[in-house]
Design a protein around this ligand. Structure first.
Ligand code: NAG
Ligand code: NAG
Ligand code: NAG
Ligand code: NAG
Length: 358
């Protein structure tokens, strides 16, 4: 009877052992090889993993770090040589552009990222990308790819800038801009055409605008927080209305531009009385500054709280003023940048200047 029990136990142990060996599969042999020999051979069934956060927010002109790290499962005893590649897809879509390739201690950077990006490498598995001097058009999706010969794993990080979305109309009026002209108009105002996520965020923060404008992906949309009869109808729910993609024909709309913080300051200036546009430009230059662009005024309003009750000239010939604390004699009940449109150039106003920080 005692002999039977021992045999039964042994059988149980054996079957447990077989089960363990089957379930853990390569993992089991992997451990076994590692503890019993030093070879890091092709028998090694290890899994490569790559991980990053899904998005990173940064400010224009600052440095941004896009985290990315890789590891093996199970852990390796000795590091393997990997190739790390970062590439970028613009918010507007389009092809994947090379940013940086690193193999061992060799680095190569590409195109407009040349000299502005580096691999952080705070620890051996650190593949984070550090980018200096962020520009408005650096937003988009970054792909971190790690290749170790047998395996190729990737992850993506969306780089977003903190900033402000503003609607922009051509001086000659509503719905005057083709997509290309919208891009140029935003750039001239120190901005880029806004992306849908940027417009969405602006809408969540209360942007209510009844005119349709271009977005970076070639769609035409407008954000409504307070539906009314003249704008989508009072029965409609708030939201972002889309006309869809309009690139195929030369349609004309307004633009939604996006601008971000800038080094330097925007200020109201009126050295001696009000000025026509020519005098206003000159006044800023005499003050070792430049007449401010619309994107700069919006960025200063939104990101540094610029609040001034006086209307002033801007570079595009429009007259506006920024209000963060609405008060009785100064704009209506809501914060915002008020616009007086594009008055005749001989009209007299103050001016908003922008002085860059060295
Ligand atoms: C950005 O990175 C550059 C180069 O690594 C460094 O010289 C500079 O101080 C950094 N700037 C900021 C604001 O951290
Ligand atoms: C991005 O902006 C910079 C500076 O504003 C400019 O030099 C560069 O050509 C732009 N790149 C693209 C792809 O538009
Ligand atoms: C508002 O403007 C009116 C006339 O322009 C003036 O009499 C009044 O004092 C102003 N109030 C404030 C709070 O500035
Ligand atoms: C602005 O005023 C100056 C005189 O101070 C005059 O010479 C110039 O023509 C004016 N410009 C415009 C656009 O009215």
């Amino acid at each position: 009877m005692g002999g039977f029990q021992v045999l039964w136990c042994l059988q149980l142990m054996l079957s447990n052992w077989t089960m363990a060996a089957t379930i853990s599969n390569s993992f089991f042999y992997q451990k076994y090889l590692h503890t019993n020999s030093n070879q890091d051979s092709q028998y090694n069934r290890v899994n490569l993993h790559v991980e990053s956060p899904s998005s990173v927010f940064a400010l224009r002109g600052e440095n941004a770090t896009l985290p990315c790290r890789f590891w093996y499962e199970p852990e390796l005893n000795s590091p393997r040589k990997v190739r790390i590649k970062w590439s970028w897809v613009s918010v507007a879509g389009g092809p994947q552009t090379d940013v940086l390739v690193a193999v061992g201690s060799r680095r190569r950077t590409f195109g407009e990222f040349r000299g502005r990006v580096q691999l952080r490498q705070n620890f051996p598995e650190d593949a984070a990308l550090v980018m200096t001097q962020l520009q408005l058009n650096n937003t988009g999706r970054y792909v971190c790819e790690v290749v170790d010969g047998l395996e190729d794993k990737r992850t993506t990080v969306d780089l977003e800038l903190r900033g402000v979305v503003f609607p922009y109309q051509h001086p000659l009026g509503r719905y005057y801009l083709t997509f290309l002209e919208a891009k140029q108009a935003c750039e001239q105002q120190d901005a880029t055409v806004a992306t849908f996520p940027q417009l969405y965020q602006a809408w969540e923060e209360g942007l209510n605008w009844c005119n349709a404008g271009w977005l970076a992906d070639g769609t035409v949309q407008y954000p409504i927080t307070q539906p009314r009869a003249t704008c989508g109808g009072p029965g409609l729910a708030p939201g972002i209305r889309s006309y869809g993609k309009r690139l195929s024909q030369p349609h004309r709309y307004d633009a939604f531009c996006f601008s971000s913080l800038l080094r330097g300051k925007v200020y109201y200036f009126q050295p001696s009385g009000k000025m026509n546009l020519t005098e206003a430009r000159q006044a800023c230059e005499d003050d070792e500054a430049q007449i401010a662009k619309v994107g700069q005024l919006y960025a200063a309003w939104k990101l540094t709280g610029l609040d001034h009750c006086n209307a002033g000239w801007l570079a595009d010939g429009s007259v506006r003023y920024p209000i963060t604390r609405p008060r009785r004699n100064c704009s209506s009940s809501e914060p915002g940048v008020r616009s007086f449109g594009f008055p005749p150039f001989q009209d007299k106003h103050g001016v908003y200047c922008y002085k860059a920080q060295e």
